[in-house]
Structures are given as C-alpha cells and as structure tokens.
Ligand binder design. Structure first.
Ligand code: SF4
Length: 342
C-alpha cells in the first residue's frame, strides 16, 4: 500500500469534451503540458528527497488515457523508469470511463501502473448528458469491471450538486459506487469556476449551486455510507489552493470542507445516541473522544457543543487516547458508560 503521491498535472490535454463544470487548466493551475523530461526530473527529485518505495507517481488533471498517443507513450516510458530505476511503489492516473479499453489497460499494466481513477461524477444518464459528460452510466460500470479485471486498484470520483441532480440522485450515485465496490472514492461538491458553462448557467439564473450547509449535510451522509461500507474517501472537496479560493464564483466552497462533514457526523451520531438514552436534563454529560478528533468533535467555533446545548444537553468534551479516532464515548454523571457504535 502506497503512502503518498508525487503528482504530475496533465492539464486538459487530450480531452475533446467540455463538461459544464470544468476548466481543467484552472483547476490544475497550469496550462503547459509537462514534457517527459520534466516529469522524469520531477520523479528523480522526489526520489532524492524522500523514500518513494511507498509512493505512487500520479498523473492527474486530465483524461490520461485519451491524450495524444505519442505523448501518452512517452509518459508511459517515464512511468516505467520511475518504477524500475527509482523504486516508486506504483503509478496512478485519472481518466474518463469511456477512455478505457483492454488495449490501453494492457499498456498501463506493462508500464507499471497500479491505480486507475475514473471520473464517473454521477450515476444518472440524464445528469451526465445535461453536463456534457459524453459518457454513460454503463461506461462507468463497464470500465470499472475492466479495471478490476486487470488487477488495478480502482478509484471512483463523484460530484454532488450538479445541474439536474437532486439529493436523491447524489445518494443513488454513492449507493451505485458501493455496489461497484471500488478501492477508494473522491467526492467533489460542485463549484462554479470562471469561464465554464456552469458559470454562464449560474449568471443567467438557471443553475442554483448547493448552499454550504446543504452540501455538508449531504456529504457527511455519503462519507458515513462509504465508511460503513469499508471504502475510503480519500478526498472530500477540491484541493484547496490560494488560486482556487480566489477563483470560485459560487458554490459550497470551504477550505476545511471535509472537517465540516466529519464534525457533522459527530453531531448527528452523538445526538442520536443521547436521544436513545434519554439523558436530557440529567446533569453534565461527558463526551470522550480521541485527542486527534477533539477539535472536529467540538465543531468549528464549537458549533457542535453549542448545538448540543441548545437541544438541552449540558455536555463537556474531553480527550481520551483510548477512544478510537472518529469515535466517541458518552459518560454520564451517573457513571454509566456507553460506547459509540462503529
Ligand atoms: S472530461 Fe475531464 S478534463 Fe475533459 S472537460 Fe470533462 S472534466 Fe474536464
């Protein structure tokens, strides 16, 4: 299992599509296509600075398997050398579900690739069509099967709050992902970026982005769903950069979006357990959490503590290294101890 990525961004190149939400060049923050020599230098530099035997060289930012064939071939060579000469644990790429076939998977396999991420975005054909994705749900299912058949680690990416999508559609997408059983997922709440079709729809008033609180409510449920299914969510929200923060036109942007969702999971879980135990009004309630989860459990600006107090619970959070990160234990003044469910 790899511990990290050495990321190479391949901006938009090779992509003949224009999805409603995408300005890939802006997301990657670069417009120039890195040459194979530059990628090799980057890999060498990384190998000289860190132990890459648990890292993957990662090609992000575009439709990797659909880029110009010659350029694709040259990057495959670099990937192979990175594994054989520098000792990288693996290589990953992200691509479109309809840019996967046996021939391309065989090439990736032969050049040391280990992980493939598919930009599925939504498991609803009408939403995919409305947003210019030019692939279908069936493409996602077929390519996922192929990626697994070839023995790659499979990642699936989804977006919430796309034009045409309802909360139910987003929840169904997550459920469809669970049925596919990928090795990991990424969840991106839809943000409006400049120069996109989405921006035009937003400005003309035909697209209403999700409010931050709605996005947090939905994504916290999705996060829990994947956690309970044993599927890691390796990213929740676009990678925050100063440029992204400046550019976002509208949408549920927050630099610590994932933490907001994790805090929400704490609040909902604790509230459900307290309601079940009927402890309201029985004195101070202690909620023990792992030190690494303390600020998340409290909520940003102690919003969780405040929400619990407003509902009549006199709570105090405390740190206990024996509690698992992400879990809690409710300790009532009457010395009854209840463990949080897993
Ligand atoms: S397929 Fe990917 S890179 Fe191409 S426009 Fe859509 S999101 Fe952007």
């Amino acid at each position: 299992m790899s511990r990290g990525n050495v990321a190479v961004f391949i901006p938009h190149n090779g992509c003949p599509h224009q999805c409603s939400f995408c300005d890939q060049r802006r997301i990657t923050g670069r417009q120039k296509q890195p040459s194979p020599e530059e990628v090799w230098e980057l890999a060498q530099k990384a190998a000289s600075q860190q132990d890459v035997s648990r890292c993957e060289l990662a090609f992000f930012g575009g439709s990797f398997t659909a880029i110009d064939r010659e350029y694709f071939g040259s990057l495959l060579q670099v990937a192979k050398r990175a594994r054989e000469e520098l000792g990288f644990a693996g290589v990953r790429c992200s691509t479109r579900p309809d840019a996967i076939d046996r021939e391309r998977l065989m090439l990736l396999k032969e050049h040391g690739f280990t992980t493939i991420e598919l930009g599925a975005q939504c498991m609803n054909d009408a939403v995919l069509l409305q947003n210019g994705r030019d692939h279908t749900v069936q493409d996602v299912e077929n390519s996922s099967i192929l990626v697994k058949e070839f023995g790659f680690s499979l990642g699936l990416q989804m977006m919430t709050g796309l034009p045409g999508a309802t909360e139910e559609i987003d929840r169904n997408t997550a459920a469809a992902f669970v049925a596919i059983n990928p090795d990991f997922v990424r969840i991106y709440p839809t943000l409006v970026l400049p120069g996109t079709q989405l921006e035009a729809w937003f400005l003309e008033g035909s697209y209403h982005p999700q409010k931050l609180c709605k996005a947090v409510e939905l994504c916290s449920d999705l996060l829990l769903l994947f956690q309970n299914a044993g599927i890691p969510v390796i990213r929740l929200g676009l990678h925050d950069t100063p440029e992204l923060k400046e550019q976002v036109v509208a949408g549920p942007y927050h630099p610590a979006f994932r933490q907001l969702c994790e805090s929400r999971i704490f609040l909902k879980g604790i509230l459900a357990e307290l309601a079940e135990s009927g402890q309201k009004g029985e004195g101070e309630i202690l909620i023990a959490v792992h030190p690494s989860s303390f600020s998340t459990a409290l909520g940003q600006k102690k919003t969780n503590m405040e929400a619990l107090r407003q509902r009549g619970y006199a709570v105090r959070f405390l740190q206990d290294p024996e509690i698992l990160p992400g879990k809690w234990e409710i300790r009532a003044a009457i010395n009854e101890r209840r463990k949080s469910p897993c």
